[in-house]
Design a protein around this ligand. Structure first.
Ligand code: NQM
Length: 354
């Protein structure tokens, strides 16, 4: 803290936007920290008009970054979702989009020295379970380079590429121990290759699967069905009661419309994503690649092209084993990020819920 202000960098990370803090710049006590973040971002107001949040889950995100005590990583990354419209901050999921900004932020704050034309940042993702990622950031002339010509669906302007490499995961890709389950009367595949996702066929929900996000959000019957599926899937995936958490996501799958492997619409979990989450896409790609799921297809290449409302997302995924023993061997994606502001933010005074 500096005076009443808190040091904060705002960044677009992938197709999301968030507030990045050094862990040491926020209160160590999680309750105090979360209360402060609600007041910085502007929740529980739905529009977050009195804060820096954007009034949508994709623009109401926080990354906490600090030196890692783990010898295998340079920095620790804790992701927090600040829920618009509610006094809720949750650490039940991570975010692969804000992850794209973690490498640049760590270099900007001096946590990792520039090592040449590119700089590798080894990131330990600490929630919801520990995992490791290596980000490769462009750093010509000793500084982070944000401009470039890598286009990324879900964000309108090109920027410098950031390569994210995910090593093998510990857990099974199909956490219920089955390739197909039936929840709320609907056949689904529960998959987790970094983000817990429930795959559901569009036809089984009575939709085409290529509707715009607003149309799906406006369909109260569909929303109720999706939530009924999610509430049954959560405990079966080992996530407990998921009424108040943002995982699992529910991805509606249907045949590709533009030469990709699959068309997706993803509930995150109540609003519909305008694109698709990074780790969500890795999970979908795993579900598409493995035979016997509700999303399996034989017309799949490498990378797996996941179509979404604003374009497509290419994901490289390699799987080990088969059937319910399938595990992730490696995943890789290319994202971009951009520094938007750097300075102090002033939280609203009082208590967030008051
Ligand atoms: O799946 C949205 C996003 C995300 C999360 C969400 C994400 C991921 O697009 O890794 O990036 O699913 O809530 O930022």
């Amino acid at each position: 803290m500096s005076g009443d202000g808190v040091r904060c960098m705002q960044m677009r990370g992938g197709s999301s936007k968030g507030a990045y803090f050094l862990t040491a710049d926020l209160p160590a006590d999680p309750h105090e920290r979360d209360d402060l973040l609600l007041r910085v971002l502007g929740s529980p107001d739905e529009r977050q008009v009195d804060g820096i949040g954007g009034g949508h889950p994709l623009t109401s995100k926080v990354a906490l970054v600090g030196p890692s005590p783990d010898g295998g990583a340079d920095v620790d990354y804790l992701f927090l979702q600040v829920v618009p419209g509610r006094a809720v901050v949750t650490d039940a999921q991570t975010c692969g989009n804000l992850l794209a900004g973690v490498g640049p932020f760590a270099i900007e704050r001096g946590l990792v020295p520039v090592s040449g034309e590119t700089t590798a940042v080894r990131i330990r993702v600490v929630n919801p379970a520990v995992s490791f990622v290596e980000a490769t950031v462009r750093t010509p002339g000793g500084r982070v380079r944000y401009d470039g010509d890598t286009a990324m669906a879900g964000t309108p302007f090109p920027a410098a590429p950031i390569h994210l490499e995910f090593p093998a995961g510990d857990g099974p890709v199909f956490p219920t121990g089955r390739l197909v389950d039936r929840f709320a009367g609907v056949e689904v595949t529960c998959v987790d290759a970094g983000m817990p996702v429930v795959l559901v066929r569009a036809a089984d929900l009575g939709v085409g699967g290529d509707e715009p996000p607003e149309a799906l959000e406006a369909d109260a019957g569909l929303r109720a069905k999706v939530e009924a599926v999610r509430l049954e899937a959560g405990p079966a995936m080992g996530l407990g009661d998921v009424r108040d958490t943002t995982v699992p996501k529910v991805t509606i799958v249907s045949p590709p419309r533009h030469d990709g492997a699959v068309t997706t619409r993803t509930f995150i979990p109540h609003r519909v994503h305008t694109a698709i989450g990074v780790l969500g896409a890795v999970s979908v790609a795993a579900g598409v690649l493995a035979p016997g799921t509700v999303a399996s297809t034989t017309t799949v290449g490498d990378p797996v092209r996941v179509e979404h409302p604003t374009g497509f997302f290419d994901v490289s995924v390699e799987l080990d084993g088969d059937g319910t023993g399938t595990r992730l061997r490696r995943g890789a994606v290319v994202r971009t990020a951009r520094k938007l502001s750097d300075g102090l933010v002033w939280p609203r005074s009082g208590k967030a819920s008051g």
